[in-house]
Design a protein around this ligand. Structure first.
Ligand code: SF4
Length: 219
């Protein structure tokens, strides 16, 4: 009997148990990537190297190119009763057509909240689609930035900036900081915006995940 795979996966160690997600292989689906984020990318290490995960991400990419991708995703979001969907634990909006499919999903699933971090704000042909998506009430969009990209300018209304810090002395901007090695867990040397609590020792002690934190998808 044929195995029917879902486009959406449910939960992981960071997201918690209740957030659905759809993912692509990182780097080659990330046209807006910087050298800084590519070097720090968690999605090129660990479990992302297992045959199981690589095979699934390849399959997801193939599905994302199909003309019925948006309809199938809408069917799953509604059918599973997904309330919160993280678009791309790994990967990004790799071209305007693919981004347009997600725009269609966001519009057709107003009861679900979708959130994503993207560097495709650096890709001119994807920007118009992103700007339509970020204006929707059920979308929480984060433009990802780092010391190499600088801050997005202009920044669309309702969009927040997630900053990747990789050096303890670098100036940090934006609304949220992800602190990568070697700065993760170290005492900040400069004033920081909100640091993702999932990446702090205190957050670890209290079992913070995206489901119980909500900073990125609630407001
Ligand atoms: S700030 Fe909260 S919701 Fe955002 S990534 Fe960190 S744990 Fe998840």
């Amino acid at each position: 009997m044929a195995t029917i795979r879902s486009l959406l996966a449910l939960g992981n160690a960071k997201l918690g148990r209740a957030i659905h997600h759809f993912d692509l292989a990182a780097v080659h689906t990330c046209p807006g990537r910087s050298k800084t984020c590519e070097a720090a990318c968690y999605a090129t290490r660990g479990r992302f190297h297992t045959t199981l995960v690589r095979d699934r991400l390849r399959w997801c990419l193939a599905q994302s190119k199909r003309p019925d991708f948006a309809s199938r995703m809408v069917h799953e979001v509604r059918g599973k009763g997904a309330l919160v969907v993280r678009v791309h634990v790994s990967g990004d909006f790799y071209d305007p057509e693919y981004a347009g499919k997600w725009l269609s999903v966001f519009r057709r699933c107003p009861a679900a909240t979708f959130y994503f971090y993207t560097r495709s704000w650096r890709v001119a042909e994807v920007v118009p689609v992103l700007e339509q998506a970020t204006a929707l009430e059920n979308v929480r969009a984060w433009y990802s930035a780092d010391v190499e990209t600088g801050l997005p300018d202009p920044l669309p209304e309702r969009v927040r900036v997630a900053w990747l810090q990789t050096d303890p002395d670098e100036p940090v901007a934006g609304n949220l900081v992800f602190r990568d090695e070697p700065v993760r867990g170290t005492r900040p040397r400069t004033a920081l915006p909100v640091v993702c609590p999932n990446e702090t020792p205190a957050g670890h002690r209290f079992g913070v995940n995206c489901g119980n934190c909500g900073h990125c998808w609630k407001a």
